[in-house]
Every structure is written in C-alpha cells, then in structure tokens.
Design a protein around this ligand. Structure first.
Ligand SMILES: [Zn+2]
Length: 322
C-alpha cells in the first residue's frame, strides 16, 4: 500500500515510473575509422563527433589504434587525440595495429598492445590520468583459456580493465560503403546507406534490450560499441534520439561497469568475437529467447564486401605537392 501511494504521489509530481536505463557509449579505431583518412577530413570528422558528444552530453570513451599515428601528419594526428581529452572524453587502448587475438601468438599480441600505449598513455599522464581500459579488436578474447588468462593477467598487471560490449549496431559495415560513396561523390548512395544504418539501429537496440532481459531477468547498464567514422559523425543527433526513445541515458564507462552484470564470470574461450550478452547467456546457461537478431540488409553487406575487396591495402603516402 505504501508503495502504491508512493507511486501515485511520484506520478502526481510528474515523475515517470519507468527508470531511465544506462548506456556507456564507446568509439573504437581512433583517431578516425578507415585508416589513413586524409588530414583535413580526419579533423572534420573529429570535430563533428566531439561537437555531437557535447551537444547531447555523451561522456564517451574512445579506443585508439596508434598505428594510425605512425603515418604522415603524425603531430596533427596526435592532436586529434588531444582534442578528445580536451573535450572531456576518456581514451583507452585498442592495440597498436588492431590484431586478432585468435590469429596472433599471445606474446606478439601483448607486445603490440604495449606498443599501443606509447602516445596515449603520455597524453593521459600529462593530465594526471591513467590509461585504464582495453578493448579487444573484433571482441576476440582468446582462442583457449590459457591464452585468455595469459593476456588478461598482463592487462591486470598493467592497470587495465577490459571494456566489454553489450550492445552494438554493426556500424562499421555501413561506414565503409558510406565513406566510399562520399569519396566518389555519390551523395544519393551515401544518403541511402545512412537511412539504412539508422533504420537498422532502431531495430537492433530493442533486440539487445530484450535479449539481455531474457538472459539476466532485467536490463543491465549497456556498453555500446561504435566507431569514429564519418557516418557516425553525420548521425549523432539521430543516434541520440534513438537512445532516448529507448530510455537509454548516456553515462560514463565507469558508471555502466558498476552494474553487477559485469562481475559475472565469463569463461568463454574460442575463436569467435562475441558480445557480452552472449557471454552472459553461456555463463549463466540462460538462453536468449528472442528470434535471431535483425540482420544488416543484404545490399549493405555486398556494398561493404566490394569496398573491402577494393581497399584491402592501405594507400601509399601522398606525394608532396600532388
Ligand atoms: Zn576496432
């Protein structure tokens, strides 16, 4: 009775009985997704992302691949990371060269991760901060338990926590053909890809919410994976609208990670990069009862495959004056 009265009086005060759920928004492949983005473009993408975060109060953690800093324009590329920190965002390690832990010997993988903190760690230290988060490329946490434990032991010894992913929208699969369409001046194609991307995001977020509820009996604080792409830079307002429609309130990664779901012991060892809802389902033996997740539209998948085939090698450095 007392609860009913409380609910009634809160209702009278205009409070919604539905609690806003939380989402920590994370961006991978910094400074800019799509390696070797030419500099004025990379600066524009970074500015648009950071403006969007500020506009919508997203406290974002970005994950860096320092291999992107090693090419031409190194000081300007490091400056892109500085802008993230100046905007109040956090930065973590995503390995130096985006290796697969499934396909790389673990000691070589560890050396690559250590190399991946060369610049970022110093930028954080200059602000009295530490590099604290590691995000596995492809969400691959180790093909065997021994490899997994070796690497996670290294992470713990070096002050890192694993940044999980419990919600994502395959944004990279749309982002590559979107970049390609813009590169070729095909704005109609780019607009089609962006519309398809937002429609897919509207479908997949409710699916993740329902799947997590199947597994945990409740909705956890989610950790969302996006990439630092032109597509997302052009879509922040719509993405924010989709989060709000789903009652998802952007919070820091630290805050989301305080959810006890992230204490569930995940012992998955295998070649696949899988999200944390699937890991919880395996650990707790509670199935996802939802129909299979919505699929990325077939035309986007084939556009992406075509771009991948055409751009599997990084371009040569631009010739000065050309
Ligand atoms: Zn990545």
């Amino acid at each position: 009775m007392r609860l009913i009265l409380l609910a009634l009086s809160l209702g009278a005060l205009g409070y919604s009985p539905a609690r806003a759920d939380q989402v920590a928004i994370t961006f991978d492949d910094l400074p800019v997704f799509g390696y070797y983005a030419p500099m004025p473009e990379a600066q524009k993408v970074t500015a648009a992302l950071l403006d969007g975060f500020k506009r919508h109060h997203w406290p974002v953690t970005g994950f860096v691949n320092e291999i992107q800093l090693a090419e031409w324009d190194r000081p300007a590329r490091i400056d892109l990371l500085t802008r993230w920190l100046d905007a109040g965002m956090d930065l973590g390690n995503h390995s130096y060269s985006h290796l697969s832990l499934t396909n790389t010997p673990v000691e070589a993988y560890i050396a690559d991760v250590a190399r991946g903190e060369t610049v970022t760690k110093g930028l954080l230290a200059a602000r009295g901060r530490q590099e604290r988060w590691y995000r596995h490329p492809y969400l691959e946490t180790g093909p065997t338990l021994a490899i997994r434990q070796r690497f996670e032991g290294w992470l713990a010894d070096h002050g890192y926590r694993v940044a999980p992913v419990s919600m994502e929208n395959s944004d990279w699969e749309f982002a590559e053909p979107y970049d390609d369409a813009l590169k070729h001046g095909n704005t109609a194609q780019a607009a089609h890809i962006r519309d398809a991307y937002l429609a897919y995001t509207r479908q997949i977020i409710p699916w993740y919410r329902a799947a997590a509820k199947d597994v945990l009996g409740r909705e956890p604080a989610f950790v969302f994976l996006l990439h630092a792409s032109r597509l997302n830079a052009a879509s922040i307002d719509e993405l924010d609208g989709i989060f709000r429609q789903n009652h998802l309130d952007p919070v820091t990664l630290d805050k989301a990670m305080a959810d006890p779901a992230y204490l569930i012991t995940d012992t998955y060892a295998g070649p696949n990069g899988i999200d944390w809802v699937t890991r919880w389902s395996l650990a707790l033996h509670t199935p996802i009862r939802q129909p299979v997740a919505p699929k990325v539209p077939a035309d986007i998948v084939s556009l992406d495959a075509a771009v991948e085939a055409a751009t599997s090698k990084p371009p040569a450095a631009p010739v000065p004056g050309s």
